[in-house]
Design a binder for this molecule. Structure first.
Ligand SMILES: [Zn+2]
Ligand SMILES: [Zn+2]
Length: 381
């Protein structure tokens, strides 16, 4: 067989229960194999998946569809009642002394929720629930931007950068869905990280003159590292191949030779990847994120079908914001060092406290210290 061609066998994910990842799969071939194997009505937007399933089940049970519908009605959850037909019960209310373990757990959670501030809880829970479900089955206004049937949806978990020691072991920072024919650069642009928002420089003498440009505007290079290939973002003239040092190092240390491709010329369909395997995203020179492809499947009618909403953010981990060390109320915007009057070094301040503490009414600096702009990781909440 010629080099570079793949066998069908190679493109079918084989889940290895003892390991955590699948074998390498060529994404486009995986899609084609599924499309060949499935009858079109299974992934078509026009079919009602429930109807198809019902028809199949009726066939399997050798029953007419009407009988199946009757069975469904009789065995439905709605007919499971612990109260008389004419009375109504509040299903959110757990009885005071529940016997079922699941109800006890629910009661414990309910009791805990009651101890929390109503305002905080409502806002965040609402937001999370909306994020999960707000794009379900969404259609675009412009019919030309519908994602065609038979596209692949890939889910990526992107982990916090390893620069935050305490974030190493928590769950993913963001979960994003992309579709197969999207470019890698589209995912790169959708990834948000505080490192991109940093402003460099010491501003204690000119706190009003902090530049408007953030790191993302200055340093545009980045790469993904998938299966031995560095995909570099080379869209702008100032972009550099950040992988060069790593490739040179690898060459002298007996690693196989790694190649490079352009991120903007590559779609996800062209990639070969493993599901569950930790890959690498690097930007701002050394802000390193692990990213894991967790799922790969054909698009179905319940997915958001609006092309313009992809990469679609489906989960974002909420971080506690770090408050000003003086008022403990507002989110920090400044970080000072060599600050002899501050309670700690480095020390975080909100804008108001920072100015009241360090400058007189005319804006003159009261004593020597260094001040840097602080971007809180919680800004993405
Ligand atoms: Zn980062
Ligand atoms: Zn403050």
């Amino acid at each position: 067989m010629a080099e570079g061609t793949t066998t069908d066998d190679e493109n079918i994910p084989r889940y290895e229960p003892n390991n955590l990842n699948s074998q390498v799969i060529h994404i486009e071939s995986f899609r084609k194999l599924w499309l060949e194997a499935l009858p079109p009505d299974l992934y078509s937007y026009d079919t009602n998946p429930e109807e198809v399933e019902d028809a199949k089940l009726a066939e399997l049970l050798e029953l007419p569809v009407e009988t199946l519908n009757e069975l469904k009605h009789v065995c439905s959850v709605d007919s499971l009642k612990s109260h008389p037909d004419d009375s109504t019960v509040d299903q959110n209310l757990v009885p005071p002394d529940p016997k079922l373990a699941c109800l006890r757990l629910r009661k414990r959670r309910q009791d805990y929720r009651e101890t929390l501030s109503r305002d905080t809880l409502g806002r965040h829970e609402l937001y999370f629930n909306e994020m999960e479900s707000s794009h379900k089955g969404m259609l675009p206004e412009d019919p030309d931007t519908v994602i065609p049937e038979g596209e692949l949806i890939l889910s990526f978990n992107v982990i916090y950068p390893v620069i935050f020691e305490r974030f190493k072991h928590v769950r993913a920072h963001q979960t994003l869905q992309v579709f197969g024919s999207q470019k890698l650069t589209e995912l790169r642009d959708a990834l948000c990280c505080v490192t991109d928002l940093q402003v460099f420089g010491e501003f204690s003498n000119i706190p009003d003159a902090t530049p408007q440009h953030i790191s993302k505007d200055h340093f545009k290079s980045a790469f993904f590292f998938f299966e031995g290939v560095f995909y570099n973002d080379m869209r702008y003239p100032e972009c550099q191949d950040l992988s060069e040092t790593i490739r040179d190092w690898a060459k002298t240390h007996g690693f196989p030779e790694y190649t490079t491709e352009k991120m903007e010329d590559t779609t996800f369909n062209q990639l070969r990847m493993r599901i569950g395997y930790p890959y690498y995203y690097c930007h701002q020179g050394d802000c390193e994120h692990l990213m894991i492809l967790t799922d790969m499947r054909l698009i179905h009618p319940d997915d958001c079908r609006d092309r313009s909403r992809y990469p679609l953010l489906t989960h974002k981990h909420r971080v506690l914001t770090r408050k000003c060390c003086v008022c403990h109320l507002y989110i920090s915007r400044w970080i000072t060092t060599k600050d002899r009057l501050a309670p700690m070094d480095p020390c975080l301040f909100c804008d108001k406290c920072f100015r009241m503490f360090h400058y007189d009414t005319k804006g003159n600096k009261l004593y020597d210290f260094e001040a840097y702009v602080y971007v809180d990781p919680g800004v993405f909440n």
